[in-house]
Design a protein around this ligand. Structure first.
Ligand code: HEM
Ligand code: HEM
Length: 185
């Protein structure tokens, strides 16, 4: 198992960070909506503990992921990739990282400004990063929703680009991000 990235391949940690974060983020989309839509009950409160806890886990993972990324090279794009496509790929990846940080930060601000005591996975108390303020809590909730819409839109582009590389351009860009499923060979 290769750990470091190379000019042609992602190492195991980069793949782990990518797919675990993706799975947790898709889980968050569903959990967030279900938690918001459920009427007030112990179930709703539990759904929010799961939502906020997984959100903070995503924040921790993205910090580790960025540290790993800074100290590693990234594989080059296929040689025939035009300059505009390289620019869009780099900009959209950077924006995905920004959104993966901004979403949980906005959630953390809602939780702090709404003055809701909360412990991550019922175990680690989350400190407040803003003073209690109803107006700020509403603004942060609006930001959280807007960031969700931006992230969902960008992911449509991201997944579309990955599928286009695989099925239209027929290069190995998607395959090189997949785990090496040696036991299937
Ligand atoms: C919440 C979901 C996802 C997020 C936040 C996300 C984010 C990212 C980011 C930030 C990168 C750039 C990695 C870097 O340069 O450090 C990346 C690469 C990549 N993503 Fe995703 N991704 C998600 C889901 C998906 C899905 C569902 C697919 C496939 C259908 C996919 C396919 C890829 C591929 C193939 C690359 C590597 C591109 C290359 O080798 O140059 N991603 N992703
Ligand atoms: C990547 C991480 C996260 C994603 C993708 C995400 C996604 C969502 C979604 C889709 C909703 C429902 C739509 C809405 O009303 O905004 C939501 C609601 C909410 N999320 Fe998150 N969330 C994340 C992290 C967090 C964190 C870390 C917290 C708190 C510590 C949090 C607190 C909340 C709250 C309080 C609501 C309800 C907002 C309202 O009542 O308007 N979220 N989230």
């Amino acid at each position: 198992m290769k750990l470091a990235n190379s000019d042609t391949a992602w190492g195991a940690p980069a793949k782990f960070f990518h797919w675990v974060s993706a799975a947790l983020i898709f889980t968050q989309f569903a959990l967030g909506w279900v938690a918001v839509s459920t009427r007030m009950s112990p179930t709703k409160l539990n759904l929010f503990v799961w939502h906020k806890s997984i959100g903070m886990l995503i924040l921790a993972l993205v910090v580790l992921r960025l540290l790993w990324r800074v100290f590693n090279i990234a594989p080059s794009l296929p040689a025939d990739t035009p300059a505009w496509e390289r620019a869009v790929a780099h900009a959209s990846h950077a924006l995905l990282y920004v959104l993966m940080i901004a979403m949980p930060m906005a959630g953390w601000i809602i939780n702090s400004a709404a003055n809701i005591p909360f412990s991550i996975f019922w175990a680690i108390p989350l400190p407040a990063i803003a003073a209690p303020d109803k107006h700020l809590a509403e603004l942060a909730a609006l930001a959280h929703l807007s960031l969700f819409i931006a992230l969902a839109g960008l992911l449509v582009l991201h997944v579309g680009a990955a599928l286009r590389h695989h099925f239209v351009k027929k290069n190995n860009l998607l395959i090189r991000m997949l785990p090496a499923l040696k036991w299937l060979k």
